[in-house]
Design a protein around this ligand. Sequence first.
Ligand code: APR
Length: 246
Amino acid sequence: MDNEAVRQAAERIKASSTVVVLTGAGISQESGVPTFRGKDGLWKQYRAEQLATLEAFQRDPELVWQWYDWRRGLIKPLDPNPGHYALVEMEKRIQDFVLVTQNVDGLHRVAGSSNPIEMHGTIWRVRCMECNQIFENRDVPIKILPTCEVCGGLLRPDVVWFGEALDERILRTIYTSLQKAQLMLIVGTSAVVQPAASFGLVAKRTAGAFVIELNRSKTAQSFLFDLSIQGKAGELLPQLLDYIDL
Ligand code: APR
């Protein structure tokens, strides 16, 4: 682990009053949540990209619900890890701190982050295909196929699937934060899924933000950032916090 780089990152964070953090599946990996890409992203013979689409759900809602039921069952007993908790502490030390996550596992909330923006939705909500009503649902196992208690329509997970638009209000809020970010921290994302993959550049171009990436491996975008530190989020983030508190 590159201690000097972590110390430098901490100095930058300490000197910033507006910070945006973007997290991806990598921050939950140490809690036991499988990431999307790579070998542990597979479920049976399917890849996430083949199941997380409206077309897949329309073709075979039972199969897609079975996959989500498996993921919900897997995630429910899991706890946040030191990476999630370090972000809760970091939030307390920064004047204007915005946490954006691509994760649907809900672990930032469980850890205690005050208002994480769950830009891809959450696995713990369902939405009616007919009347669009949204309900919280933590049943494990969930009834397959679940139906809406208001209109009887088929319920789907309230997550953003490939090819679907993001909630416009959420996107506006994120871009507003990026435009004033002095610093951006990008944690555990492969940075291949848009629009999140461009947030670092947006912050850089529009606000001149100092952009730091923390990831177990180099990503396709590492070369774009001011600092790219390789290591586990559950170790790097607490270490960053220690330096911030020095
Ligand atoms: N610490 C830090 N980084 C890690 C760790 C860890 N312990 N474990 C894995 N990583 C990194 C990997 O190196 C990889 O770059 O996390 C990243 C995980 O990448 P993906 O699985 O592609 O997840 P993510 O970037 O969040 O995917 C984005 O794609 O499938 C969709 O909607 C889904 O939100 C998801 C989006």
